[in-house]
Design a protein around this ligand. Structure first.
Ligand code: G3I
Length: 373
């Protein structure tokens, strides 16, 4: 009897040790594989979550950034080349070439393309607001006709190759006292241009996913206005499918609570969300351009700053994963710290380090925090 019991004990002890060795080997193996697998990029780590995108110029696709882009991203947004001043610089004149090059690269590499952006107060050529002969401001009817022509031409050119459009960009005011941002579009057409823009985009490509895109939704007052606008559009039967949170953030914002409240509030709208222009500046967040100050000369990416940025990226992606049923894409605004629009905003020529790859295109610590979860 004693012999049977001691054999049983020996059997279970051996089994326990064996399983411990197997499990510890497999977890070491996993960590090891993770660290050295050079065939995997961000898009692969997030395969069961959402596409990972990046804003690009055609130049980036022909540079040494190209292989990094192919490995890490499965969605592209033209940073500037589909904006009106670039693609439709004069009446009836369209410049398709740069945007076509981005779309071709995406198709060759099985990537999605987000269209950015059809109606925006910025990077819009002046001709659209002026009478061709007199140079005077056009009437509402003429402006509607021109916006319709622009949307119809651009959306039909990319029909079937651009799956989503930022139809209207940044029409909500940052000023708590105003609802809409003041713009020539608003001045001439009133708010109707927002409603009509979605309608025309939908009529041209009924399969395209149509977005309202804006920034600083983490501010509860601005968020409330954006939500009011979306509800208004939905109530009027406007074909809007999704909301883009640009997400130009910084090491000091958003807090976890702010971001969670933001995602939670938008989740109640019944529309999908995308993070459309993500970057995390190493400087305290400012939304207005300004002159350089003495402290702006300190542009070193110190270890302490890097830790803050790592923490911020870890927190943001933790929440993005938590809300994966809501979020259908996360796009970074620019490829690496070699070049970002933040190098010139809010202060001209102040170097920023807002992305996951450094100036030499190597993954930063924050990259591994995002990839490893
Ligand atoms: O095209 C001209 C070129 O002809 C000229 O020689 C050159 C000299 O500076 O400027 C070129 O224009 C630049 C343009 O990008 C195209 O490269 C402008 O100076 C520059 O200010 C402009 O910046 C873009 C900015 O939008 C304009 O508002 C950034 O690259 C682009 O990243 C940024 O993207 C926006 C999103 O579309 C919307 N959300 C905010 C985001 C960041 O501002």
């Amino acid at each position: 009897m004693n012999l049977i019991i001691s054999n049983y004990i020996r059997f279970f002890v051996t089994l326990f040790i064996g399983l411990t060795i197997i499990f510890s080997c497999s977890s070491t193996q996993k960590a090891h594989t993770f660290a050295v697998d050079s065939n995997k990029g961000l898009k692969d780590y997030y395969q069961s979550y959402f596409p990972i995108g990046v804003a690009v110029s055609p130049h980036a696709l022909n540079s040494d950034e190209s292989s990094l882009i192919k490995l890490n991203f499965n969605s592209l947004t033209p940073e500037n080349d589909m904006k009106m001043e670039a693609i439709h610089p004069k009446e009836f004149v369209y410049n398709w070439k740069p945007a076509d090059a981005i779309v071709a690269f995406a198709q060759q590499n099985n990537m999605k393309v987000r269209g950015h952006t059809l109606v925006w107060h910025n990077q819009t050529p002046d001709w659209i607001f002026k009478d061709t002969k007199t140079g005077k401001q056009v009437t509402k009817e003429v402006l509607f006709q021109r916006i319709k022509e622009h949307i119809t031409q651009v959306v039909s050119h990319f029909k079937g190759s651009v799956y989503a459009w930022d139809v209207v960009n940044e029409v909500i005011s940052d000023d708590p006292k105003e609802f809409y941002r003041n713009s020539k579009y608003l001045e001439i057409c009133g708010e109707e241009f927002i409603f009509k823009a979605f309608q025309w985009a939908h009529e041209t490509d009924p399969n395209a996913v149509l977005f309202y895109n804006d920034y600083n939704e983490i501010d509860p007052r601005k968020r409330a206005k954006i939500i009011t606008l979306i509800k208004k559009l939905k109530a009027a039967g406007v074909p809007i499918n999704a909301v883009g949170l640009q997400s130009h953030w910084a090491v000091d914002q958003p807090t976890k609570e702010q971001l969670e409240n933001t995602l939670n509030d938008f989740s109640k709208l019944g529309l999908k969300l995308q993070i459309t222009e993500l970057d995390i500046s190493v400087y305290p967040k400012e939304h207005q351009a300004r002159e350089e100050r003495a402290e702006d000369l300190d542009t070193i990416f110190s270890a302490a700053i890097e830790e803050k940025q790592v923490e911020q990226y870890r927190m943001c992606f933790g929440l993005f994963r938590k809300y994966k049923e809501l979020i259908t894409g996360v796009t970074f605004w620019n490829v690496s710290d070699r070049e970002s629009w933040l190098d010139n905003f809010p202060v001209k020529n102040r170097k920023d380090y807002p992305l996951l790859f450094d100036k030499n295109l190597a993954p930063k610590k924050a990259y591994w925090e995002v990839a490893k979860f």
